[in-house]
Design a protein around this ligand. Structure first.
Ligand SMILES: [Fe+2]
Length: 356
């Protein structure tokens, strides 16, 4: 069984590539057949190979969502991999990850996540009691419109497969570890849930308008996935600085290496730029984002209130305005890793605070 669906209900659409045969069975996403394992398509770093999602865009659809709820039978190896990954994160996170995520780790532990992949149903039920948010199993990515609709309705799709051993340290694709360890903890915070719901509502308001909708995805990316938080102060030179820089974004919080790098690495680390900038909505919307490579740009908030405040204005109109300015050539999009003249990335460790 994979995800509760018998193998016999998958057909090979080309050698080695399977998709669910029965249209009444959810699971429209493609899987690669590897022995007895149906593995989601997409090889991180494979040379010139389009990822599964790029190769089969028509298969990213709402059939990914598994309703009613299914419980997955994971192999002992998968439980063991999860246990080691969770232990690694637990060792790395203290001091580097925000207290909300740390509390979420306690919660995962209480639900048995120290030893094995916890029950998704139990986590979802518990979360719903705490914050009203729910977890919904999904076989792959859902369409943007469905994704935003789910967020608006307080639902988060959870990828069911666990990364392979060779992807232990990093996978650009979501997996159950990223989704449960990275995302789920923040969904215990009601204020954060409210922000996520509003992102969903805004994204859905741009249904059928890819450009403005991608701007909403970008806000999601630089906050919910790759956000950093710190206490803001000004150094003697009036340069903005932060102390206690910590991770709240799921893309970082679910990775040992990224947790360390994002809050501790020098601005230039090997070939990689680690540009940390104070959160600035316009700068964020003008920044490119990169799905496939390690991030070179992070935005630092000083409180979740800063995120909630985004919705104090007409954020949709703000986005449209930025897009219009870009179209007229008045504003330029900025690649990750590039700073504009006069911009300075935040250095780590930060300058000592000015004492009154
Ligand atoms: Fe994610």
């Amino acid at each position: 069984l994979f995800s509760g669906i018998p193998y016999s209900e998958f057909v090979e659409v080309e050698p080695g590539i399977a998709r669910c045969a029965d249209p009444t069975v959810p699971g429209g996403y493609c899987y690669r057949i590897e022995g007895r394992v149906l593995r989601e398509l997409g090889e991180p770093g494979a040379d010139d190979q389009p990822s599964g999602l790029q190769k089969y865009p028509d298969l990213v659809d709402d059939k990914s969502i598994l309703q009613p709820f299914v419980e997955i039978i994971y192999s002992p190896e998968e439980h063991d991999r999860w246990r080691r990954m969770f232990a690694d994160i637990e060792r790395t996170a203290p001091g580097r990850t925000v207290s909300d995520v740390m509390k979420g780790f306690d919660w995962i532990r209480r639900l048995g996540g120290m030893k094995k992949i916890p029950s998704l149903q139990a986590m979802s039920d518990d979360m719903e009691t705490i914050s009203g948010f729910k977890l919904v199993p999904a076989l792959g990515l859902v369409s943007n419109d469905s994704f935003f609709r789910m967020l608006m309705e307080g639902e988060f799709p959870i990828t069911l497969s666990l990364r392979r051993e060779e992807e232990y340290a990093y996978t650009p694709f979501p997996d159950i570890f990223h989704d449960l360890v990275g995302h789920a903890p923040m969904f215990l915070n009601k204020d954060f849930c409210e922000f996520v719901r509003k992102i969903g509502e805004l994204g859905l308001s741009f249904a059928g308008q890819p450009k403005p909708q991608s701007m909403v995805s970008k806000i999601y990316w630089y906050t919910i996935e790759f956000g950093l938080k710190g206490e803001r102060y000004r150094s003697l030179g009036e340069r903005i600085a932060y102390r206690d820089l910590q991770v709240y974004g799921a893309g970082i919080a679910s990775s040992v290496a990224e947790t360390q790098i994002s809050v501790e690495a020098e601005i230039t680390t090997g070939d990689r730029k680690i540009n940390r900038l104070p959160f600035d909505l316009e700068r964020l919307l003008l920044s490119h984002y990169d799905y496939d490579n390690p991030q070179e740009l992070y935005f630092v908030i000083d409180s979740y209130h800063q995120l909630a405040e985004l919705f104090a204005m007409d954020l949709g109109a703000f986005i449209q305005n930025i897009l219009a300015q870009v179209k007229r050539g008045e504003k330029t999009m900025i690649p990750q890793g590039v700073l504009r003249p006069g911009e300075e990335a935040l250095v780590i460790p930060p300058n000592p605070p000015v004492r009154a």
